[in-house]
Design a protein around this ligand. Structure first.
Ligand code: GDP
Ligand code: MN
Length: 399
């Protein structure tokens, strides 16, 4: 789960991490009030969306040469004007896709004078099963670009979970950033605090871009992006409360209500499968035959007809879906339950695209009979290979 920048800074602040002072605002009036509580004379008005690249982003509704989603302002008049231009409008950045994201919240922050901009992030490196630091002197820009053009400017190291964070990690960060003296000391403390926060809150990623040296000689986190392990949210009600559902895929939210493991993807073939492994294999074989899956969906072992109906509705609500593949291996899950769920769903939402069903396992004969007698236009498949071939053919894809 991701949270907004202002929330991320609140979390980091609680661990003693240096971040500029600021307040969130949902209206023009609140933005002006927020600025009134800051020292000034320079303020930053920042669009709060779950995507980066806001500074260089463009608002759909504004002229092409209008300012982006991160603006420096020097007066309350400017702050009101900026808030009016941003709130309710759609910001398109490199990370939002062409559709962009509507800006419903702003963050008004104390402006900083920037001496230097760095990049610093922590993430879980699955290859080493450790938390890794990624540090670069090339901050404030697209880190993927830096990694591509000048990989030697990126320093990475991981932390041994048995020892936890150690002074030498802080020294490595300071050295990578070319910091000495007082600033090196600040880097040591920052390294320690960021790692502590990362572990304490079960984060998956923590990205500071830019980390700055201010004109006054202080290290500060000017931007912050935090991602949390969704499976650990039960341990962190404070973080869970920061969830902003308007930033998430509507289909994924609906799926979570029914306890379905659903992840939206870009392809054209909707998949309904039981078991995560089988769901992955189903996606693989669809790709193998030359098409792309529209989603990952594991309906689980003990799915009810109601759950299957919900899953089917979610799949068909995706306009990119040109065909559906139901692939069920009935173990605990019974094929007749799946069949009834599919039929109930089709009766409710209709079926406008080809549907291939492959059933195997418990009560398979009954399941096939239910579908056969339903009068639905279902393409039956014998096995997974056959099913994948048929659905890819039905959507006119493949090679
Ligand atoms: P992003 O574009 O979504 O990554 O948003 P950031 O918060 O990183 O802001 C984009 C850029 O705006 C930063 O890289 C800075 O160069 C600039 N910026 C942000 N806050 C300040 C500030 O307080 N003072 C100054 N001078 N520039 C800022
Ligand atoms: Mn940034």
């Amino acid at each position: 789960m991701n949270i907004h920048e202002y929330q991320a800074k609140e979390v980091l602040r609680s661990f003693g991490v240096p971040v500029p002072q600021g307040f969130p605002a949902m209206t023009i009036e609140e933005a002006a009030e927020a600025a009134g509580r800051l020292p000034g004379p320079v303020y930053v008005v920042k669009a709060q969306i779950h995507a980066g690249g806001r500074g260089k982003g463009k608002f759909k509704e504004l002229a092409a040469d209008a300012k982006g989603g991160v603006r420096l302002a020097k007066s309350f008049v400017d702050i009101r004007a900026d808030a009016a231009e941003m709130l309710g409008n759609t910001l398109v950045t490199l990370q939002t896709g062409a559709a962009g994201k509507q800006v419903n919240r702003l963050y008004v922050e104390d402006g900083s004078e920037i001496e230097k901009e760095f990049y610093l992030s922590l993430l879980i490196d699955r290859a080493t099963s450790r938390v890794s630091f990624v540090v670069s002197t090339e901050g404030g820009m697209d880190i993927e670009q830096v990694a591509h053009d000048t990989p030697e400017k990126i320093v990475t190291f991981s932390v041994d979970p048995a020892t936890g964070i150690m002074p030498h990690h802080g020294r490595r960060v300071a050295k990578a950033l070319g910091l000495e003296g007082e600033l090196a000391k600040q880097a040591h403390a920052l390294t320690q605090k960021l790692y502590t926060a990362f572990i304490a809150k079960d984060m998956e990623m923590l990205e500071i871009n830019p980390l700055i040296v201010s004109r006054g000689g202080a290290l500060k986190c000017l931007d912050a992006k935090l991602g949390f392990d969704s499976n650990a949210l039960a341990r962190h009600p404070d973080i869970a409360a920061m969830r902003d559902e308007t930033e998430e895929d509507a289909k994924e939210i609906e799926a979570s209500k029914y306890d379905l493991s659903y992840i939206a993807l870009d392809g054209s073939i909707g998949c309904m499968v039981n078991g995560a492994g089988l769901a992955m294999a189903t996606m693989d074989i669809i790709k193998f035959y030359g098409a792309e899956p529209a989603n990952f969906l594991d309906v689980g072992g003990g799915a009810t007809a109601e759950k299957v109906t919900a899953a089917f509705k979610i799949i068909t609500s995706d306009p990119n879906v040109k065909g559906i593949l139901v692939n069920i291996f009935g173990g605990i899950m019974r094929c007749d339950v799946i069949a009834e769920g599919v039929i109930a769903a089709v009766k409710e939402v209709g079926l406008k695209v080809p549907l291939v069903v492959r059933l195997e396992g418990t009560n398979v004969e009954l399941g096939k009979k239910i579908i056969g007698e339903s009068g639905l236009n279902v393409i039956a498949a014998d096995d997974l290979d056959d099913a994948a071939r048929k659905i890819v053919k039905a959507v006119g894809g493949g090679h």
